[in-house]
Every structure is written in C-alpha cells, then in structure tokens.
Design a protein around this ligand. Sequence first.
Ligand code: BGC
Length: 790
Amino acid sequence: MTIEETTEAPAAAGSGAGSRAFDVERVLAALTLEEKASLLSGLDFWTTQPVDRDGVAVPGVMVTDGPHGLRKQAETPDHLGLGTSVPATCFPPAATLGSTWDPALLRRVGEALGRETRVNDVAVLLGPGINIKRSPLNGRNFEYLSEDPVISGELGTALVAGIQSQGVGTSLKHFAANNQEADRMRVSADVDERTLREIYLPGFERVVKRAQPWTVMCSYNKINDVYASQNHWLLTEVLRDEWGFEGLVVSDWGAVRDRVAAVAAGLDLEMPASGGRTDAEVVAAVRAGTLDEAVVDVAARRVLRLVARSLPALDAAAASGEGFDVDAHHALAREAAAAGTVLLKNDAAPAADGSAGAPLLPLDSADGVAVVGELARTPRYQGAGSSQVNPTRLDDALSALRAATGAEVPFAAGYTVDGADAGSGTDAAALLAEAAEVARAAGTVLVFLGLPASYESEGFDRAHMDLPAEQVALLEAVAAVNPRVVVVLANGSAVSVAAWRHLAPAVVEGWLGGQAGGSAVVDVLLGAVNPAGRLAETIPLRLQDNPSYGNFPGELGHVRYGEGLLVGYRWYDARQADVAFPFGHGLSYTTFAYDGVAAEVLRTASGADDAAADDAVVRVTVTVTNTGERSGADVVQVYVGDPESQVQRPERELKAFAKVDLEPGESREVTLDLVGRDLAYWHPVLRRWVVEGGEFVISVGASSRDLRGAATVVVEGEDVRLPLEPLSTVAEAMAHPVVGPRIQALVHGGAVAEDMLGMIGDMPLTVVADFGMGGFDRDGLTALLAEANG
Ligand code: BGC
C-alpha cells in the first residue's frame, strides 16, 4: 500500500487567498511556554486550541468520530453519540467491512469517508478502530475488524490510505489492548509481551508502517498496570522508535490521568479540553524542572504540524464549496454492505411438493416469499456510542425487497425490538401467532433476527451471546409450519447459532450493514450480488468455548489475557474443537476448486521487518477455478504453521489472502508472497523477532477449516540460541553445539548415569557443579560457559 499524504503547508505564511497556512518551526519558535502548553489539550470537545495574537495565527481544527461515517456534532457535544450530528453517509461498521476481506473496496470506502470529512471542514476522522476481537462479548466489537491481526492490519491500512488520500487525517485506535468495555477507563490488560507483539500490536504496526496515519489514539485502559496514555514504552519506544510513526498521539476522550506523565510518555494532544487545568500542570512541571521544555516542544510541534497539514485541503474545500455525492456514497455503502455479508449456510431445503429440493438461495423471485421479523422493517444498521452516524438515508430490507421485485411481500413483525410497538401491539403471543400464519401461507420465509441496540454498545459488554429468546421462539414457530426458512441476521458481533441453526436451511449473516444494509442484503438474497464475505471472527458453538472465557472481563481492575497467543481460531485449532462456523468461512452461489498448491523458498529469512526483509521469502501459488455457473469471488487464504519450534506456535496462522473474481469456468493462478515476518515469532527472552530455521507448513484454503492443499518448505533462518548461564539446565547445555558434546561425554563417561538424564535434565549447571555430578566444579563451569558463549 502506498503512503499518500496531502501536501504539506507552504513554508511561508499567508500564501494564496484565504489560506491559513503557517510555518510550523517559525510559529514554534515564537510561542511562549504557556502557549505551547495550551496546544497540548483541546479548546473544546472537538477542536484543537488556536493561538491568535500579534504575529502568530494558528487556527484550531476539528477532529470528530468516526469510524464508519462522520459524526460532526452541530450542537451539544458528547462522546457517546447522544447528541445529534450532521447527516453523513453511514457506511457499514467495521464488523461488516472486516468480513469483505477486500482492501481495494475499503480503500474506496476510505476515500468517500475522507471526502465527507474534508467537505465538512474536519481535519481528522477518529478511526479506524482495529482492536482484536478477543471475546464475542466485547460491546464494541462492531467497531473492530477481526480476531486476526493480518486482517485488521491489511484492511486498516486500506481505510487509512483511502481517507488520507483526501487531504485529511485518521486516528488509528484504540492503542492498545483495548478489548472490552467493562471497566474500560481503568482496567489493566495484563498481557505478556509476546502476545502483545504477535496478536494485539501487529495490526497497528502494519498500518503505521504502511499508511502513516496522521494520528494514533491511545486507549483508556492500562497495559500491565500502566495507563496507555502514560505508557512510554508503548507510545514512544514501540510506536515511534521501532515502527517509525511520524504523526501525533491523541488521547481517547478523557483517557489522561496524569498529564505531565503523559507528555513525558509521548502523548501529544489531550482531548477534550481540560479547561486549562492540565496546561497549567505542564507549565508548572517545566518551571519546577520535572519536565524538560524540549519534550513540550516536541508535542507542540506535532500539534502544529497536524493543523498545518490539514489546512490545504480544508481551505481548498471551503473555497470551492464542494460537497459530496450523496447517491454515489449511498451506492458505495450498499456495495460494501453486500460485500461484507456472509452466507453461512445454504443447504438443500424440502420443496413445496415434499421432494428433496435445492438450496433456497438465491431466490428466483419474491413470489411466494414472506418476510417475518421486525428487523426487516426497522433495521439495526450500526452500533451505539461515539460512532453513531446520522445517516443521509436509510434502507430497510422489507421495502427494498418489495421495490426490487414489485411483489406484495407479506410481512409480520413477530417480535418487538427494544420494546417498540410493532404495529399489532406488543403482545408476544399475538405477534408470534400472526407470524406463524404468514409463514404457513408462504412458499419461503425470510426470518430477520438480530441483536437489539440495547444488547451491544460502546460503554458495556454483552452478558451472553444469545439472540433474544422471543426471536428464537419466533423462528421455532415459523419452522414448525414451514421448513423453507432463510434466517437473516443483524448483529455487530458473533451470536450463538447452535441452538437454532438446524431450523433454517439457509442462514445469512448481514452484520450491521450501515444505511444501505437493507438493500444490500436483498441484493444477496436475490442473487444480484453473489456473496463473497468471509468470517473475520469465529462463531463458536458456545460462549464457554471461547478462549477468553474465565478471563473476561476480569475483576478488581485486572483482566488476565490467560489464553496468550491462542486468540480466536488459534485456540479452536489448538484444541481441535468444533465451532459453529470457522474463521474465514463463507459460501457463494458458485463453487471453486483449488489445484496445484505450491510453495517455493526464495531466500533466507529474517525476522527483521526492514525494507530489505520485506522481500518475499516464500512464494505461494495456487490455481483457483470457478466450477459453478455464476460469476463470483473467492478469498484464497494462506495459513502458516511451524511444527518445529523452541516455543509454542499456533497450529496455523493467517498470513496472506487474496480475493479473486472469476467468471464461470474461469481459472486463475494466484500468487501470494510471504515475508520473513510471516514466519517469525517474538522471542520473549531476546525481545526481538526471530525466524527459526526449519520446516514450515503452508496451507491454502477457503477457510481456516477448509484447507484445500498444503506444501512443506524448509526455510533457512536463524539458529536461535540463548547464551548458556550458570542456571542453564543440563538439557540446555547438552543441546549446545560447542559444549553440548562435552557434557554428553561427561554423561556417557559415567559421571552421570544415562538413565538419570531424565531426572537431571532440568537441573541447573551450578547445582550439578556443587554436587560434583558433572566432573566440573564452579571454576570449571565458568570456563565451560566462557567457551560456550564465545
Ligand atoms: C471513544 C472513542 C471516540 C471518542 C470521541 C470515546 O469514548 O472511545 O472511540 O473517538 O470517545 O467521541
């Protein structure tokens, strides 16, 4: 992905009519300490502080949510989406975008988001959110892309690049390990470094390195007891020194506890306004000598630079009075929602005459089709909280189906959503009976089910994974009178399906489709769009199967990431546990064959992720053929396993994917490259990425559980070895290439009986020396270690 930035502000102030451009260094040099400190917090809820006095004119610029549409508040501001905001296209939230597995499409969505941001005079759109879906219960999962860091990083990169191509910025959030809403402003995510590096950080790393978001938003929570907002390791050592982040770090709204510590850690901008209180604390700390003024300069420079880099596009937009094409953006939102819709199941259903039938989808027409479920009429299309967009228009599936087919589609609400009156009153039994009647008379019944807004939201987590009981009761009542049932789901995070999926031959996961979700799902039902969405999160059989179960959401201010690396499919695969629908799964109205899976080693691998190491190490090829009768797209998924390693490695991990469009009968050879990092692990002791040389299994498939071929390659990597120390064990010493044979000789020489090896293998060398068991004393050991460590 190329990095595209808007033009920087011209060096000289005041170039061009109406330009508010200024020279960052000149302004910085002219500012007093108080003025610099004032830049480090907001003017109000959404605007940065201006400076306006003789010789200095720095405007304030607006930053607003995000991520799947603009939430620019016209009146009372808030960070929970309570107040109204200007109309903007409500694109599908991240849960749906994540299921597209389509970076090119997300790039286009990003461009549209960026344009709406710019024409509304907003400098930064506060998104995308790319936190890992650790538990299905996280109330904010709808705002996140995946349980996998490669998906999150690839799609996040595309969104950021698209938005920023419009001359405005993004805020990659929430950095980091912000995987629940419970106690979100205080909880400590207790995670080992390897897990952070391999699961929770690499999505951020990828986006930072490839797309340089203008800003990164630190999360509310602590990481291993240190607030993200005050975490020097996270905000400076990792983000800037290691990854080369060049932009500004902004706090999540209200995430700062100790402003001086936060400035020192690398948090540049505190949002929202602190009423001057924390600015004064910064000034006082500098005067007291506890904070270096140079650190304040660095943060102030970043704020100035953010303002300066946004002005060309904002000024140009204001001068031209440009707007955005509401229809085109709605159409793009519809395309994205359809692309993120996942056909979970499409089994043959009994035909009306009782004969063994065909799959229900796609529908030939709407003749004989009935719709049941309030969510078909009153769509749930986005989540609640700070990301809630005021849509420019809103499609519902029922109207869309009627409009697309011209059919009089019978409808029954079946249940109420969040207590709303469904038209026939709110008597549950009456609603159910009415729906059963409509279903009985129909050829095929579309049953719309999903989570009410009160079930999932920013600010709290879900209590369970189940659909509302009255909805499951509705499905049972419908299925009892008509077996030809298609369930269409609306939910922002996985729901349990195990108890009811046998009642529906077809199940469509529509996620939260944004403002055009209603028409998009109809496009899929009618086959106008051949579904190509794939699950970016596993749907487990039971909540209890989820790896975080028992460690979510924690207690007494701590949440222990006890499952370590085994997040999502990594866990289910390690335990060989059945799931309802696996990661990467999604059906099509056509079928695809995979042939000739091959992997070729191109060079020696290194875990370093510098430019040179980005060259392909392993080239994977596979030929994919559309073997059905419709054009369609498949997502080719490449998983890597490392069966021989000194450390635990997940069974297989997604490392590359490609969406391939194919006409009926068409074949294409797909090439996917793996770089050194794709084979590497974070060594917890050496504290760097290493590729341990040896065998790797490269599997290619249509989902994590539908692998169509595999190739084993031997890659030359590092001979990863820790220095021997006095507390190294006998077994470790024996594996050492230099002193190992000597120790073995001692063993075989009779100093230690061979059958005792199992018992003393874990004994530290010092103890062996002290007990006189190895034919060496402590001095001898020192000499041995010197020889071993060269
Ligand atoms: C959310 C952020 C959001 C901010 C501003 C916070 O509560 O966590 O994602 O950008 O509010 O509304």
